[in-house]
Design a protein around this ligand. Structure first.
Ligand SMILES: [Zn+2]
Length: 486
């Protein structure tokens, strides 16, 4: 994610929030008890034994109610119809999952819409909504540990979640760390990724875009068309999106993969947004030389003309606010580099727990510096030195990015001190180890998750250096870290 406005070219990087900007971070109520957390990030539970309810959260200390325990989703098939004239969304979600414990009841994250029918394990289930975002499902019979089962939910209503943005002629979904639950029942935590099929039916004249590759467009009822998309590589649900509206489309290929980008047709034709979207494949190709092979089946981007205060790395197809394209092409392309970098750092290698957010934002910020240098601008070293020169009292240092707290998930320090940490590591271990570390990391955790401890361990292994003191100073100490090597 990147928030607008940016003062990205100044000596000190400052990212200020627009006054009144939409705050997307939902701060969940603290949990009343501490649950043991297994290596997967899922709360541990006996694998079998008497059936018991699945946990109502994935065990994330920042957002205890995000995600759920007791099962693992393999695939979502989402069939939705949305009518912008009435704002009514009608949906059918078919969710293939496997129970990870013997389970009498389980939760899905879901908000703002009304369930009209629900089946689980092949039979009608009962359900209730608990606390606004927890859909509590009781199957007709308990699910056995290891059992594969399907959840079929039908629902409708007017979406009202923070991640569902109503636009002039359609809608757009984008929100971190949660937004999937605003339009389908989901297990909303990056520790439970799944593949997706989308069928989105909208009135004739509108385009409906989602993640992954196009599976074609069909006529539906008179006056309606169905747009099909498939995300064939596992995806966290906050990275799923739909964008419905009128767009100029730019198609191409990158390394055998389809490139599909869309710019709201109200933005000037041939303008900076169009030009920046057409550089997406170039940016991807450059970043692949640093981070390793591009991890997904497709790429692109979506530029809205609506009032959105951020860009988000929705998988294969980031969403961009129009404000990012009001400046030069070079500034705009820097934001593209940020969101494309997240395809490796955040989307393919996802967070196991949200406190490690610097693993997403620090690397995406650093990618902007690498791109800037590649694009003929300032070197990454100059970017580091310019930024490091900020006084110890500057906001970029606080809070330390290694555990910023859920209210500071998108603090400047997570981005700027996070990016500085990446370059300081490069200066400490040398270019050879550093540029082996990045592709090794993205390969070792591809389509999975990673933690700060995992990253430190790999950096130590590849460099042969003991780095605990380095990371303590850069990620966790409240003081401004010493200049590398001094
Ligand atoms: Zn970001």
């Amino acid at each position: 994610m990147r928030r607008w406005p940016l003062v990205a070219l100044a000596a000190v990087l400052v990212c200020a929030l627009v006054a009144g900007a939409v705050v997307l971070v939902r701060v969940a109520a603290p949990s009343g008890s501490v649950r043991p957390v297994a290596a997967s990030g899922q709360p541990s539970a006996p694998p079998d034994g008497p059936p018991s309810p699945g946990a109502d959260g994935a065990g994330d200390e920042y957002f205890p109610k995000l995600g759920n325990g007791g099962y693992d989703v393999r695939h979502y098939a989402l069939r939705v119809r949305y009518d912008p004239s009435t704002d009514v969304l009608t949906g059918r979600a078919t969710i293939d999952a496997a129970a990870t414990q013997s389970m009498s009841q389980f939760n899905l994250d879901f908000s703002g819409l009304k369930i009209t029918a629900l089946r689980a394990g092949g039979a009608d289930a009962t359900w209730r909504l608990d606390g606004g975002r927890e859909l509590v499902v009781t199957p007709a019979a308990p699910l056995r540990a290891g059992q594969e089962f399907t959840i079929e939910a039908e629902y409708e209503g007017k979406p009202d979640g923070d991640g569902f943005h109503h636009t002039t002629d359609g809608a757009l979904v984008a929100g971190e760390p949660a937004s999937g639950a605003d339009w389908y029942p989901t297990n909303e935590h990056p520790t439970d990724k799944a593949t997706y099929d989308f069928e989105i039916t909208v009135p004739d004249g509108l385009t409906a875009i989602a993640n992954g590759v196009s599976r074609g467009v069909d006529a539906a009822d008179p006056g309606w068309r169905t747009w099909r998309w498939a995300a064939t590589t596992p995806m966290a649900s906050y990275l799923s999106t739909i964008a419905i509206g009128k767009f100029r489309i730019f198609e191409g290929t990158y390394d055998g993969r389809p490139v599909y980008s869309a710019v709201d047709e109200r933005l000037p034709a041939g303008g900076v947004a169009d030009q920046a979207m057409q550089r997406t494949a170039d940016v991807t190709g450059f970043l692949a030389t640093r981070f390793g092979p591009y991890p997904f089946e497709a790429l692109g981007g979506i530029v809205t003309s609506e009032r959105l205060s951020f860009a988000l790395e929705t998988q294969t197809r980031p969403i961009y606010a129009p404000a990012f394209f009001n400046r030069t092409l070079s500034d705009a392309t820097s934001i593209v580099a940020h969101e494309i970098a997240h395809q490796w750092f955040g989307d393919s290698v996802s967070l196991n727990r949200w406190r490690d957010i610097w693993l997403n934002e620090g690397f995406a910020t650093y990618a902007q510096w690498l791109w800037e240098e590649h694009d003929g601008g300032r070197s990454a070293q100059a970017a580091f030195d310019d930024t490091y020169g900020a006084p110890a009292t500057a906001e970029i240092w606080t809070p330390p990015p290694g555990d910023p707290g859920e209210k500071n998930l998108f603090a400047d320090s997570v981005y700027v001190r996070g990016g500085l940490t990446v370059h300081a590591l490069r200066m400490t271990i040398g270019d050879d180890a550093f540029f082996r570390l990045l592709p090794e990391w993205t390969s070792a955790h591809k389509s999975g998750t990673g933690t700060t401890a995992d990253f430190i361990a790999l950096a130590e292994k590849l460099s042969g250096k003991e780095l605990d003191a380095f990371f303590q100073a850069w990620l966790f100490s409240s003081a401004k870290p010493p200049y590398p090597g001094r």
